[in-house]
Design a protein around this ligand. Structure first.
Ligand code: NAP
Length: 464
């Protein structure tokens, strides 16, 4: 059989792991990863908080895959705009969608559109220097709210509460530093609508919060409530047990022991019902007290509390954007699939679309740590290879030449695509910028600058 040409859409961990597993399958393959940004790594670069260098280390493994030459990056190309899925499928034997989740899950309560009510995905993209987000951000007031008790909520709370000096070893760009220097936040109120055994934090991230300099973590003793469902959840999961233990430790700290200038409050059993506004701006948050119903779920008690906060950050989960030309389930925010084989729709009885696959968060929804995208990719690639063996993929005898024919077409169209070598150049540039400032890296934010540097052009314009 001739070489199998495969296109991956999205150069985050999901796409890069899938490419890596496929490249090691023993088949003769050529893999091109199409990425809408000039830089790879998706949420590792533009989602992981800058003060989590341990997680950012995953970049080294991903870099190794891109730099070894079997997998080629085609950056700065948006599938659905610069090239259509149909065109990709004309040039490649198989296409794997790995575009992840970039939006905030919707929250349908009054007041979410007020000025000062933000989605965490937007805030995270801003502080991580995403080129397509505005450079400005306004962090207002002393008391702010974060909705959702998952790790994104913790990231957002930490960045809002932390002293900017403690971020100066990280890769945060100058515009982010400037805004964080001006902030006046003293109290970040994180709200969970269920109880301590139902929070989504992971143990390490929750414990880390207790070590943030200048910040106390406040949990109220009366929020440490458990029902039968909670006890069962604790007994069933070591992780839940550890998280509950850490929350209990925080709750046991006496008020007089809390002397830090800033606080992160974790409020449980408080369900957001309305973002309160005045003159179009956020002035508070109304929550309804909930209580456990026995099975780990909660019901409203009707008891309302108004919290005077000047901003609300919604960290209630991510949601995936559709990719033009690829089936999409708008309810669940993902590509309908069976084991990574894309289906024609979410409805029962839907057929598989031959040669089209999905992996990562766009396949299973925005849950799980980065490592879990690896097992996900294994399943998708195993099914892809089974389809090759069955003649479903590349079995029609048609010649598809992948990059050999597509890249000249992009060039002709004037699409300024970037390559793996271009990324190595930009990566080196950012590291040198960092060295000059005593940091590991300083990010180039502007898309024009990223593209020009990657393409080996002289760039003396702004980097932000
Ligand atoms: P998540 O873990 O699913 O947490 C979402 C939170 O929002 C839950 O507490 C959920 O409560 C709450 N929520 C959902 N709808 C709500 C509503 N209508 N009102 C109030 N609360 C609501 O999502 P995430 O924080 O976005 O994280 C996504 C994934 O990325 C997770 O696997 C996470 O571990 C991972 N991640 C890891 C790190 C790290 O540092 N290791 C950092 C960031 C993200 P319910 O449970 O009641 O629905």
């Amino acid at each position: 059989m001739s070489v199998l040409n495969v296109a991956v859409v999205g150069a985050g961990p999901a796409g890069i792991y899938a490419a890596d597993i496929l490249s090691k399958s023993g088949r003769e393959v050529k893999i091109d990863i199409f990425e809408r940004l000039p830089a790879p790594y998706g949420l590792v670069r533009y989602g992981v908080a800058p003060d989590h260098p341990r997680i950012k280390q995953i970049i080294n493994a991903l870099y190794g895959i891109i730099a070894k030459g079997e997998v080629h990056l085609v950056g700065n190309v948006e599938v659905g705009k610069d090239v259509t899925i149909e065109q990709l499928r004309e040039h490649y034997d198989a296409v794997i969608i790995a575009t992840g989740s970039d939006l905030d899950a919707p929250l349908n309560i009054p007041g979410v559109d007020l000025e000062g009510c933000h989605g965490a995905a937007d805030f995270v993209a801003w502080y991580d220097g995403h080129p397509d987000y505005p450079r400005e951000w306004s962090i207002e007031g002393e008391h702010v709210a974060v909705l959702g008790v998952g790790n994104v909520g913790l990231d957002v709370a930490r960045i809002l509460a932390k002293d900017v000096e403690d971020l100066m070893v990280t890769e945060i760009p100058a515009n982010v530093e400037a805004v964080l220097r001006r902030k006046q936040v003293t109290d970040v109120h994180v709200f969970g609508r269920r109880g301590p055994a139902q929070v989504k934090f992971t143990p390490l991230e929750l414990r880390e919060l207790g070590h943030v300099p200048g910040v106390d973590v406040v949990v109220r003793e009366e929020d440490m409530e458990f029902d039968e469902g909670s006890q069962a959840a604790i007994a069933a999961s070591k992780q839940t047990k550890m998280v509950v233990k850490t929350l209990t430790d925080y709750a046991m700290v006496e008020d007089e022991e809390r002397t830090a200038p800033r606080r992160i409050h974790i409020h449980l059993f408080e369900s957001p019902v309305e973002v309160l506004g005045q003159d179009g701006r956020v002035v508070g948050l109304r929550t309804e007290r909930t209580r456990l119903t026995g099975d780990g779920n909660v019901e409203g008690t009707g008891e309302m509390t108004d919290w005077p906060v000047s901003q609300v950050y919604r960290a209630i989960g991510y949601f995936s954007s559709p990719v033009a030309g690829v089936p999409y389930d708008p309810k669940r925010g993902l590509v309908p699939n069976a084991g990574g084989r894309v289906l024609t729709g979410p409805e029962e009885g839907a057929q598989t679309v031959p040669g089209l696959y999905a992996t990562g968060w766009i396949k299973r929804g925005p849950v799980g740590l980065i490592g879990s995208t690896k097992s996900d990719a294994q399943e998708t690639i195993a099914n892809l290879l089974a389809d090759v063996d069955a003649g479903v993929v590349a079995g029609d005898g048609a010649e598809r030449h992948g990059a050999a024919t597509l890249l000249p077409w992009l060039e002709e169209k004037g699409v300024e695509y970037t390559t793996s070598d271009g990324w190595i150049t930009l990566d080196d540039y950012e590291r040198k910028l960092g060295q000059a400032a005593g940091r590991e890296r300083v990010k180039v934010v502007s898309r024009e600058a990223m593209t020009a540097i990657s393409r080996g052009q002289d760039w003396d314009g702004p980097l932000l």
